[in-house]
Design a protein around this ligand. Structure first.
Ligand code: HEM
Length: 552
């Protein structure tokens, strides 16, 4: 008997010859492209349900209809709680075998970096953060830049954003940050006042806000933007010694950002332009490429710096900590199916390989719990058995059961009764040590406390001064538009923060608010997505310009 294209040993079950669309076993009259149900029944009528007479009623035993419609009813899984809108592509990472000009083995023993020219397959998902799965790709929002490296040692996920810093440094604040930016729970519309109410009470966010409301808050597309790991990680060498490391992806296509007005015009024509741009570039062979650079600092708290190296609201100055290239990434293959490969993809900051490690960055540790937790809910307990998430190497675990288990991770020769460890029978065994373990010392009182060197405004002021004239104008215009919808105490607190960054920054926002055509505060009615201009006019315009039609 022909076994179909799945062999029982691949699944670790006694189920023989599981069928699939490439199976050559056919019913009478069936060909390779004949439509079947998931039960393998050839479908002879896909146009008409079974009814009593041609006008109905319909009968309940319509198995084909029930299978088709109930599957359809369940086509969606919960969308990501953040980063719901995204696009993905496959490709490879190619190592330089060096970090800058040095041999990379001195700082990390991670295998994927060691040998010049070594290629590791990758899957990348780009995203926006706040709005739902089909929201416009022109919105003012950070962009996600998540990379899954399928290394020979198992998966490594580098889950980053386009901007190199973040709004907050304590993970306890993340749900509040996201609630403030997400649509209002009553009106379901994004509202600047809620955002700035939160931000004005969160001074560590001003550096990020200074990026987000400038043209850097709307990247032109996914190909022409940077990526960054944002959090500080560690690299560990064969001797178990660690350094602190930050990751940066630099696009070979160059960097391009949009002003608010340009983004609004593009949105009027196409709200999927980022996804379309990525897909079409890869289809025409114009493969996007990024160089991976790292910044390295010796392990420790570095009291000589005016910021904490683990603070994700800060940049590491490049004159002291230069970008050192370690490899390049090319995206050269589109997904065959969006849902299977992009929607079900699951990235997490806890997914590291030997030679990479976590720092004590609290935000990173909070994230590391959150990702796999949400994925067990969003995708399911066995999300790591899905092809897009499974490592491209040997997997043998004692994990059992759970919804949608498609295989038993049984090793060849493993006694199937022994799904526990340790065992003196033929069970799975621990792997040998890979190198000396990195064993950082941690000790101190348990406290709830902010870090010492908060320094919330200095780098934001530097960023403001570094902008060219048009960037600064766009920043002020966007902030004034968004803040004009806020109550006076919120406006005043924001002006105070901007003034602490740079007196000109504060002054310009303040005079912008005073001169705003809508007066000091225009809270009557709702406001559109942050930074959007004329959202109220749009509502009125729709009523005024709409063409009357007669009922029929
Ligand atoms: C405490 C802080 C944070 C928490 C708790 C958090 C939590 C989450 C959660 C729950 C998801 C949805 C994951 C899924 O459903 O698969 C997500 C997605 C994501 N987060 Fe975070 N996040 C945090 C901060 C950050 C930061 C700082 C960055 C950037 C470095 C970031 C980048 C991303 C990206 C790129 C995705 C989308 C991944 C994908 O494409 O599937 N997040 N985050």
């Amino acid at each position: 008997m022909q076994e179909g294209n799945h062999r029982p040993e691949e699944f670790g079950t006694a189920v023989n010859g599981v069928g699939s669309s490439t199976d050559e076993r056919m019913a009478d009259g069936e060909g390779p492209k004949t439509l079947t149900t998931r039960q393998g029944h050839p479908v002879t009528d896909n146009q008409n349900v079974r009814t009593v007479g041609s006008r109905g009623p319909m009968t309940l035993e319509n198995y084909h209809f029930l299978e088709k419609i109930t599957h359809f009813d369940r086509e969606r899984i919960p969308e990501r709680v953040v980063h719901a809108r995204g696009a993905g592509a496959h490709g490879y990472f190619e190592a330089y075998g060096k970090v800058g000009e040095e041999a990379i083995a001195t700082v990390t023993r991670a295998k994927l970096f060691q040998q010049k020219g070594k290629r590791t397959p990758v899957f990348v998902r780009f995203s926006s953060v706040i709005h739902g799965a089909h929201s416009p790709e022109t919105l003012r929002d950070p962009r996600g830049f998540a990379v899954k490296f399928y290394t020979e040692d198992g998966n490594w996920d580098l889950v980053g954003n386009n901007l190199k810093i973040f709004f907050i440094r304590d993970p306890l604040k993340f749900p509040d940050l996201i609630h403030a930016f997400k649509p209002d729970p009553v009106t379901n519309c994004q509202d600047s006042e809620r955002i700035f109410d939160f931000i004005s009470n969160t001074p560590e966010a001003i550096h990020m806000i200074t990026f987000l409301f400038s043209p850097w808050g709307i990247p032109a597309n996914y190909r022409q933007m940077q990526g960054s790991g944002v959090n500080t990680y560690k690299w560990v060498n064969a001797a178990g010694e660690a350094v602190l490391v930050k990751y940066h992806w630099e696009p070979k296509q160059g960097i391009k950002n949009l002003t608010q007005a340009e983004a609004e015009a593009i949105q009027g024509k196409n709200f999927n332009h980022g996804t379309q741009d990525l897909y079409e570039a890869i289809e025409r062979g114009d493969f996007p490429e990024w160089e991976l650079c790292v910044q390295i600092m010796s392990d420790g708290d570095h009291p000589e710096l005016d910021f904490d190296p683990l603070d994700p609201t800060k940049l590491w100055p490049t004159d002291k900590f230069p970008f050192l290239p370690v490899g390049r990434m090319v995206l050269d293959r589109n997904p065959l199916n969006y849902f299977a490969e992009v929607e079900q993809a699951a990235f997490g900051t806890g997914v590291l390989v030997d030679g990479l490690d976590f720092s004590d960055d609290k935000l990173l540790q909070g994230r590391t719990f959150s990702y796999s937790d949400t994925q067990r809910y969003r995708v399911g307990t066995n999300y790591l058995q899905l092809p897009i998430n499974a490592p491209k190497k040997h997997v043998a675990t004692n994990q059992q059961g759970g919804q949608m288990m498609v295989r038993v991770d049984l090793a060849p020769g493993q006694d199937p009764h022994v799904n526990y460890e340790p065992s003196s029978l033929d069970g799975l065994k621990e792997a040998p040590e890979r190198g000396k373990e990195h064993t950082p010392y941690a000790g101190g009182n348990l406290v709830r406390a902010t870090i010492a060197r908060t320094n919330d405004f200095k780098q934001a002021g530097e960023r403001y001064r570094s902008y060219s004239v048009w960037e600064r104008e766009d920043l002020i215009r966007n902030l004034v538009n968004a803040l004009s919808t806020c109550r006076k105490p919120i406006q005043d607190r924001m002006v105070e923060h901007f003034t602490k960054c740079d007196s000109d920054y504060g002054q310009r926002v303040m005079s912008g608010l005073k001169a705003h055509p809508n007066g000091k505060r225009v809270k009557e009615g709702l406001h559109g997505p942050i930074g959007n201009t004329g959202s109220q006019e749009a509502v009125q315009e729709a009523e005024r310009k709409g063409h009357p039609a007669k009922p029929y």
